[in-house]
Design a protein around this ligand. Structure first.
Ligand code: ADP
Length: 393
């Protein structure tokens, strides 16, 4: 069985084609600058990488070229080999608590939920429609970033604001990165052969979120109504006092959208360091004695530790602390700094085991109160697995 995992943005389309017999990626790639000049695509397969500039006026053209190339490059013999396509969807609001096969109603819902992901949901529909046009007979699924977090109870998902905001406008916590956190929960339960685990999953990438998981279900998560909430990130502030917004609007003569954009795009690592949103640049800056880089890193670590401690109490302890995504998988320094701050809860690293990048392994010391793991996430595989399961149902 071959399943394609798709992440469509407004001007891009990322794909991975899996052989689900062994869950290996046969080909992957990216179509970029769709609808803009200098559009191009990259396809990786068989250890090779093909990059080409080509006119991509819309998503349908990108999908036709992708399918044509898969056959032309001999990655598949014919389109009949594609048994299913799974699409990543940012917001399923409170309507979807699991992945589902695509129908007209599902597509309508994704459009209707655009208020909750204005940049993403409409773009996902462009991707879905392009594939429905090109492969009308092939079953398709949608996998929502928010779905895993739908098990939160109202105490977790409600904000202490007028209740009518929730009733009238569905103002509540939805969370994000759900597919990644679900992958972590499933993989660690599988590894330890236990379903009754208290897991704190730390997805630390350019965007970042922390999720408290009990018995495989999300209890609480750090992102909120939008991905702007929670821990500090590459360019996002994470939690701040909302009164700052009208204050800065007045001081800088900006409107609300401009200040929110500053909080999304000019804050976090970039905001404090005034240098970069990329944690590698921050680490290099620290090595060169840059004080703002040090401050940025310390603030990041503080916000992560605050959430881990909060979820430790919420879960009544922690069996496994997992680090994933770009920073979580690769930065031994950040992991060490975080765990050091958790020493009062009995967390302890094995420094030698921690000296690794991007590898699934236990990094806690034998006398640590909780197990600590690096666990590389794989949202694309999760999407492909869900699609396969839905087709086989
Ligand atoms: P996204 O949220 O865009 O998917 P990623 O999960 O790719 O983000 O994470 C990007 C972050 O991971 C960047 O801050 C980057 O610096 C960091 N990162 C990637 N590789 C390394 C590394 N080898 N050492 C430290 N940080 C790394």
């Amino acid at each position: 069985m071959k399943i394609m995992s798709i992440n469509a943005g407004s001007s891009s389309l990322k794909f991975s084609l899996f052989n689900m017999d062994n869950e290996e990626v046969i080909a992957s790639g990216l179509f970029e600058r769709i609808g803009i000049e200098q559009s191009c695509y990259t396809i990786k397969y068989n250890g090779e990488k093909l990059k080409q500039e080509v006119d991509l006026p819309d998503h349908s053209v990108a999908v036709s070229i992708l399918l044509e190339k898969l056959v032309e490059l001999g990655i598949i013999q014919s389109l009949d080999e594609i048994n299913g396509v799974g699409h990543r969807i940012v917001s399923g609001g409170d309507r979807y608590s699991e992945s589902i096969l695509v129908t007209d109603k599902v597509v309508e819902d994704i459009i209707e939920l655009k208020d909750y992901a204005p940049l993403h949901n409409p773009a996902h529909v462009l991707g879905i429609n392009a594939f429905r046009e090109a492969l009308p007979e092939v079953p398709m699924s949608v996998v929502f970033d928010t779905a895993f977090h739908q098990t939160m109870d109202p105490v977790s998902y409600l904000y202490p604001v007028p209740y009518s905001w929730y009733e009238d406008h569905k103002v509540r916590k939805y969370g994000a990165h759900g597919t990644s956190h679900r992958y972590i929960a499933l993989t660690i339960a599988d590894e330890l052969k236990r379903d009754d685990l208290k897991v704190i999953s730390c997805h630390l990438g350019n965007g970042g979120s922390i999720t408290a998981i009990k018995d495989g279900k999300c209890v609480d998560t750090s992102m909120g109504f939008t991905p702007l909430a929670g821990i500090m990130m590459g360019t996002r502030s994470g939690d701040i006092d909302p009164s700052i917004i009208p204050f800065v609007m007045e001081k800088e003569g900006k409107n609300a959208a401009e200040v929110i954009s500053d909080l999304n795009k000019k804050s976090g690592f970039l905001g404090i360091s005034q240098l970069s949103s990329d944690s590698r640049d921050i680490e290099n800056g620290i090595a060169e004695g840059n004080e703002k880089c040090k401050l940025a890193q310390d603030k990041f670590v503080r916000t992560v530790v605050d959430y881990i401690a909060r979820y430790y109490v919420l879960l009544g302890g922690c069996d496994v602390l997992c680090f994933t995504a770009g920073i979580g998988e690769n930065s031994k320094g950040v992991r060490a700094q975080i765990v050091e701050k958790l020493a009062c809860l009995g967390f302890k690293l094995d420094a030698q085991a921690n000296d690794v990048r991007g590898e699934f392994r236990k990094i806690s010391a034998d006398d640590s109160s909780s197990l600590i793991y690096i666990l590389p996430t794989d949202e694309e595989l999760m999407i492909a697995r869900d699609t396969l399961n839905l087709i086989n149902r």
